[in-house]
Design a protein around this ligand. Structure first.
Ligand SMILES: Cc1cc2nc3c(=O)[nH]c(=O)nc-3n(C[C@H](O)[C@H](O)[C@H](O)COP(=O)(O)OP(=O)(O)OC[C@H]3O[C@@H](n4cnc5c(N)ncnc54)[C@H](O)[C@@H]3O)c2cc1C
Length: 570
C-alpha cells in the first residue's frame, strides 16, 4: 500500500506546475518547457485547439442564425457580459456566461472572463505598449501604493524577448513615455488621422498621436512561420479565433510551442482549489484540483509553481490556500493579499465630425488604430488629480447608402456607396490609484459548484477618477477644436469598474515583505517556490494595456526561477 502511494505520487509529480493557460500562463509554460522542465499546465476550462476549435472563424454574416447579433434572450440572461463590445454571436463561445460562475458584488463590478485553454488571449484587443520609467517610478514619485521593486531597465530585454516571438506591429516613435520595441511594420493611417496627428504636433510639444502597437503579424518572420503562423489578413474578426495565427494567442503561439518540446502536460477541466503548503519543509509542494468532469479532488506536485489564473482568480487561489502557517492565505504575512486592487478608467469618450478631405475615403479594414500616450503629469504634477490617461483615436467615413437595400440596389450601394462626412472618436484609458479599500476577499457563505468560496469584489471609482474624466474631456475637446473638428460631443458612460478588463493587484510586488506579497522576481516573499506573474502582481496600473508586461514578467521570472532551482535556492 505504501509503495502504491509513492508510485501514485511520483506519477503526479512534475518539475513545474503552471496554473492557468491564458496569456501569462502560456508564456510561463513556453519558457519552462523551453528550459527543459517537465511542466503540468492546469486549466479550469475546456480545451480549445488552434483552428479546429474556432467554429465561427470562417462564417459569413448571413450564416449566423441571428446575423451575428445577440438575441434578447441572451442579453437578458447575461446583463454583465453583454456590456462587453467583443461579445456577440460569433464570439460568445469564449466568454464566461453570467450565471455560470457567480461572484459577489459588494460594489458593482463587471467581471469579464474566458475560462478555457487560452483564457482571454482568444478575445483580447491585442494592444501592446511597453511601460516606461514614468510608470514604474510613479508610486514612489507621487506617493501612493508602494515603490515598484523593478524599473524599466529590468524588463526591457524581456519585452524584446516576448515581442520578437509574439509578433508586435508598431512604429519606432522615439518617445520617452512609450519606449520603442521590436516592431514589425506599422499599420497605415488614413488622411484624417494624419491630419489630427499633424495638428496636435504643431500645437503641443508633449502630445503625440502615434499608430497603436499591437500583437499582429504584419510581416511574418522565420520565428512566426516556425510557429505555423501567417500574416494577419485584416479580417477584424479576431475574437472568434484566428486560423492564420495572425494575432497572438496562447492557442496559436506559446502553448503549441511548449507542446512541441514534449515536456508539457496540459490538463483542461482542472479547477485549482488551492496550493498545498508543507510546514515541515517550509515550501509549497503542489496543488489541489477539482476535476470538473468527475468532481473529484486530486493533488499534483512540483518543485516550483507559477500562478497565472488572471488577476482576481489568482487572488482567489491564494486566499483559499490556508494552513496553520498561513491562516489568511498563502504568503499573506503582510495582510495585504486581496487589497490595493486597481483597474483602468475607460468611462470617458469623445466624438465629432470633420468636413475636410471629402475627396478621400478609406479602403479595407485595419485591426488597430492610432494611440495618444499619456501626456498629463508626466514630468511634473500639473493637475489636481494624480497620474493621467492615454487615449485611443480613429477616423472613418459614414456611409449614407440605404442600409435596407436588397438585390441590385444592394450591389450598387456596395460598389458606389454614397459617402457622408468623416467622423472621429477617442476613448480614455485612465490610470486608477491602488487603495486598500479596493479589495477582493472570500465570501463567507457562498460557494461555487466545486466547494470553493465565491470571490467577493469591492471596488469603486474615487474623486481622482472623476477629476481625470473631466480633464480628458476638456483636453480632448481643445485638441479636437484645434484640428477643426465640429459637433464635438463628450460622454461619460458611467460604466462599472471591470469592463476595462484590466484588473490588477492584490498580490502586489514590493521591496518590503511587510507591505507586499511578491519580490522583484514575482516570487513570494514568504514561499520562495511560488511565483505570480499575471495581473495580481501589479503594484500600480499605469495607462498602457497590461498584457505585454505580464508576458515579459512571466519570461523574466521563469528565467530567475529555473536558475534559482538549479542552485538549490527554491
Ligand atoms: C475583449 C477584451 C479585450 C482586451 N484587450 C486587451 C488589449 O488590447 N491589451 C491588453 O493588454 N489586454 C487586453 N485584454 C486583457 C487581456 O486579455 C488580459 O490582460 C490577459 O488575458 C491576462 O492574461 P492572464 O494570463 O492573466 O489571464 P487569462 O488570459 O484570462 O488566463 C487565465 C486562465 O486561467 C484559468 N483559470 C482561472 N482560474 C483558474 C483555476 N482556479 N484553476 C485553473 N485555471 C484557472 C482561466 O480559465 C484562464 O484560461 C482584453 C480582454 C478582453 C476580454
Amino acid at each position: 500500500m505504501a509503495n502504491f502511494n509513492i508510485d501514485a505520487q511520483a506519477a503526479n509529480t512534475y518539475d513545474a506546475i503552471v496554473i492557468g493557460s491564458g496569456i501569462s500562463g502560456g508564456w510561463a509554460a513556453k519558457e519552462l518547457t523551453g528550459k527543459g522542465l517537465r511542466t503540468l499546465v492546469l486549466e479550469r476550462g475546456r480545451d480549445v485547439r488552434h483552428v479546429t476549435d474556432y467554429p465561427t472563424t470562417n462564417m459569413n454574416p448571413w450564416e449566423f442564425e441571428h446575423r451575428g447579433q445577440l438575441t434578447r434572450e441572451v442579453r437578458e440572461a447575461n446583463p454583465i457580459i453583454s456590456k462587453c463590445y467583443a461579445f456577440y454571436e460569433g464570439s460568445q463561445q469564449f466568454f464566461v456566461k453570467d450565471a455560470e460562475h457567480p461572484y459577489v458584488q459588494e460594489k458593482p463590478f463587471d467581471w469579464i472572463r474566458g475560462y478555457q485553454v487560452g483564457g482571454k488571449s482568444l478575445m483580447w484587443a491585442r494592444q501592446t505598449q511597453r511601460w516606461s520609467d514614468f510608470d514604474f517610478e510613479g508610486p514612489a514619485r507621487d506617493g501612493f501604493a508602494v515603490d515598484w521593486p523593478i524599473r524599466y531597465a529590468d524588463l526591457a530585454p524581456w519585452y524584446s524577448h516576448v515581442e520578437k516571438f509574439a509578433g508586435i506591429t508598431g512604429n519606432k516613435d522615439g518617445l520617452a513615455t512609450l519606449p520603442d520595441g521590436e516592431f514589425l511594420p506599422p499599420h497605415e493611417w488614413n488622411c484624417v488621422e494624419k491630419h489630427f496627428q499633424k495638428e496636435v504636433a504643431s500645437r503641443y510639444k508633449d502630445r503625440h498621436v502615434i499608430m497603436g502597437r499591437a500583437a499582429h503579424i504584419t510581416k511574418p518572420q522565420p520565428i512566426h512561420t516556425a510557429q505555423g503562423r501567417a500574416q494577419c489578413q485584416h479580417r477584424t474578426i479576431c475574437e472568434r479565433g484566428c486560423p492564420f495565427g495572425g494575432y497572438f494567442s496562447s492557442n496559436a503561439s506559446t502553448l503549441p510551442w511548449a507542446a512541441k518540446t514534449g515536456k508539457m502536460t496540459l490538463r483542461p477541466n482542472s479547477v485549482v482549489h488551492s496550493i498545498i503548503y508543507d510546514e515541515t519543509k517550509g515550501r509549497a509542494t503542489g496543488v489541489r484540483i477539482v476535476d470538473t468532469e468527475t468532481k473529484q479532488m486530486k493533488e499534483y506536485y512540483a518543485r516550483i509553481i507559477f500562478l497565472n489564473a488572471a488577476a482576481l482568480n489568482s487572488n482567489l487561489v491564494l486566499l483559499n490556500s490556508t494552513s496553520n502557517r498561513f491562516p489568511n492565505g498563502l504568503g499573506n504575512d503582510s495582510g495585504v493579499l486581496g487589497k490595493y486592487v486597481a483597474f483602468h478608467n475607460y468611462r470617458a469618450g469623445i466624438s465629432a465630425q470633420y468636413d475636410g478631405n471629402l475627396d478621400s475615403t478609406t479602403d479595407g479594414r485595419r485591426p488597430n488604430s492610432p494611440y495618444i500616450p499619456r501626456f498629463r503629469n508626466v514630468y511634473k504634477q500639473e493637475t489636481d488629480f494624480l497620474r493621467g490617461y492615454a487615449a485611443g483615436f480613429s477616423a472613418g467615413r459614414i456611409s449614407r447608402s440605404n442600409q435596407d437595400a436588397i438585390g441590385a440596389d444592394l450591389k450598387n450601394n456596395l460598389l458606389n456607396p454614397e459617402l457622408g462626412g468623416w467622423y472621429v472618436g477617442s476613448h480614455m484609458m485612465g490610470e486608477t490609484i491602488p487603495k486598500e479599500t479596493n479589495y477582493v476577499a472570500l465570501d463567507k457563505s457562498q460557494k461555487d459548484p466545486f466547494g470553493i468560496p465565491q470571490l467577493k469584489i469591492s471596488i469603486a471609482y474615487d474623486d481622482n477618477d472623476e477629476k481625470m474624466i473631466k480633464d480628458y474631456q476638456e483636453q480632448m475637446t481643445e485638441m479636437f477644436t484645434a484640428a477643426g473638428f465640429k459637433n464635438i460631443r463628450v460622454r461619460d458612460d458611467k460604466r462599472n469598474p471591470g469592463l476595462d478588463i484590466h484588473e490588477m493587484g492584490g498580490a502586489r510586488m514590493g521591496k518590503d515583505p511587510k507591505t507586499s506579497i511578491l519580490n522583484k522576481w514575482n516570487q513570494m516573499h514568504a514561499v520562495k517556490n511560488v511565483f505570480v506573474t499575471d495581473g495580481a502582481c501589479m503594484t500600480s496600473t499605469s495607462t498602457q494595456n497590461p498584457s505585454l508586461t505580464y508576458m515579459a514578467m512571466s519570461a523574466r521570472s521563469v528565467d530567475y526561477a529555473v536558475k534559482a532551482m538549479k542552485k538549490g535556492l527554491v
